[in-house]
Design a protein around this ligand. Structure first.
Ligand code: FPP
Length: 259
């Protein structure tokens, strides 16, 4: 299937390969309009659709959306059921658009906790889109970073017991291999909508050097214009990874300065 050409906006600086988003503020968006919370989630699905398509067309390599955390199971069961239904309907309705835009779907989290019908739809969509060569859309579902690390340690401990892993050889890369999706590079930019200044147990390992961007806009109001604003902000960031950029080194101590 031929898909629309990639149109990467020129924002005057680097463009994130991997974008991760904490989609917060659906409930507040609804409350401000005198609507039940679930209406906020339905409006949030429209933002998921818009942002997924925009990112795919702009040439983002991976987009990870925090759709449901392990802690979200504590919400009233009617809200949880609505979220699961919205997820299924989204996947059904969007299959065609995902295919048209060459998007591959992958889910991360404790997926066995999901209702069977939702899990089946997810697996079917993953299979259907597996050979697409465009953007990777990762949905974090029943996801928590601490559970991910605990699950990784359980799997690694089993491998040690079975003689497949030497405990003295364990380093950061070994642990990464046991995370839910080790092949996808770490996020470059992590956006949080709804104004809260926290990570909420999302990609704690992978976001070690992600640039953070928090906007007060609630998720249902986050559309292409707001996305471009975040990307513009990222384009102006200077990423150091704990080191220094060439123009920041003291001439007397830099290799060139010393020579
Ligand atoms: C946080 O808002 C949002 C969620 C817990 C769910 C996010 C789900 C969607 C955007 C829709 C379904 C997803 C897909 C992928 C189709 P909140 O309810 O915590 O908002 P609040 O902080 O204002 O109460």
């Amino acid at each position: 299937m031929s898909r629309p050409p990639i149109q990467r906006p020129d924002l005057g600086g680097p463009f994130p390969e991997h974008l991760a988003i904490v989609m917060d503020g659906n409930g507040r968006w609804a409350r401000r309009r005198g609507l039940p919370r679930v209406k906020g989630h339905s409006a949030g699905v429209d933002s998921v659709r818009t942002i997924t398509t925009s990112c795919a067309r702009m040439g983002v390599a991976s987009l990870t959306l925090y759709a449901f955390s392990v802690e979200n199971w504590r919400r009233p069961s009617a809200e949880v059921q609505t979220l699961m239904r919205l997820l299924r309907v989204f996947l059904w309705r969007e299959r065609r658009t995902l295919m048209e835009n060459g998007v591959r779907l992958r889910c991360i989290g404790r997926l066995d906790d999901l209702p069977p019908r939702a899990l089946r739809t997810l697996r079917e969509t993953e299979e259907l889109t597996a050979n697409n060569d465009g953007m990777l859309l990762r949905l974090a579902l029943s996801y928590g970073s601490r559970s991910e690390v605990a699950d990784a340690l359980t799997a690694a401990a089993r491998d040690v017991r079975a003689g497949r892993l030497d405990p003295d050889s364990v380093d950061e890369e070994t642990l990464r291999r046991y995370l839910y999706d080790p092949e996808t590079p770490d996020p470059d930019l992590l956006i949080r909508t709804g104004g809260e200044l926290r990570l909420s147990n999302f990609l704690l390992w992978q976001a070690s050097y992600a640039e953070l961007y928090v906007t007060d806009q609630c998720w249902p109001d986050f559309r292409e214009e707001q996305l471009l604003e975040a990307l513009r902000d990222y384009a102006g960031r200077r990423r150091r990874y704990g080191g220094l950029l060439p123009d920041e080194t003291d001439p007397a101590t830099s290799p060139q300065g010393a020579s």
